[in-house]
Ligand binder design. Structure first.
Ligand code: GAR
Length: 209
């Protein structure tokens, strides 16, 4: 694949610092991909603003305009299919994608999660980590399957938990690592370097670009 021909659709709901990291890594030449569209279920998501600033197409889909989750997911799928994206990246997208969507984009949806999965799936995960008393936490890039936060792990990064941490300080430390490993994981997919067997992801040498 020629550099920059690999098309990504990014799904967001919030401030979009991971989206920004993807944009910045494309701009500095370390990620050979193009963001075809940024889709949000929140009209005021700062992430949309970040995309517009860079001239990236944005689409807001209002969940209230659809009869249910299935119909919303179908609309989302239509937007992504219309742009023939090669990969769907969830970047702070706070809705659960239904099985129909996941099957349609099988093996082509990835997510970043702010814990070392399988520890602390779900929401408020930094607080979960603090309440449990773990000494290390981190973040995980994984393929998305039909179970929440449970798909094959692509990359993880570890950060220490300090005795003085609260959920915000821990989240900030984890976020720094998120911004490094998410674009890196995408680049590995662009380079076709991932092999999955029995849910285990292994890394190959670059075979095609
Ligand atoms: C990130 O910490 C991301 O890992 C998390 O939401 C934040 C989004 O920040 N995602 C999840 O918790 C998904 N379950 P961002 O909008 O600044 O990228």
């Amino acid at each position: 694949m020629t550099s920059g021909n690999f098309k990504i659709g990014v799904l967001v709901s919030g401030r979009g610092t991971n989206l920004q990291a993807i944009i910045d890594t494309i701009e500095n030449g370390e990620l050979n991909a193009r963001i075809a569209v940024v889709l949000s279920n929140k009209k005021d998501a700062l992430a949309l603003e970040r995309a517009r600033k860079k001239g990236i197409e944005t689409v807001f889909l209002d969940p209230r305009q659809y009869a249910g989750k299935k119909e919303f997911d179908r609309a989302l799928a239509r937007e992504l299919e219309a742009r023939q994206v090669d990969l769907v990246c969830l970047a702070g997208y706070m809705r659960i994608l239904g099985p129909e969507f996941i099957r349609k984009f099988e093996g082509k949806v990835i997510n970043i999660h702010p814990s070392l999965l399988p520890a602390f799936p779900g929401l408020d995960v930094q607080q979960q980590a603090l309440d449990y008393g773990v000494k290390f936490s981190g973040c995980t890039v994984h393929f998305v399957n039909e179970e929440v936060d449970a798909g094959p792990v692509i990359l993880q990064a570890v950060v220490p938990v300090h005795p003085s941490d609260n959920a915000e300080t821990l989240a900030e430390r984890i976020l720094i690592q998120e911004h490094l490993i998410y674009p890196r994981a995408i680049q590995m997919i662009v380079e076709n370097r991932l092999h999955i067997e029995n849910r285990k992801v292994s890394y190959k040498e670059s075979v095609s670009q």
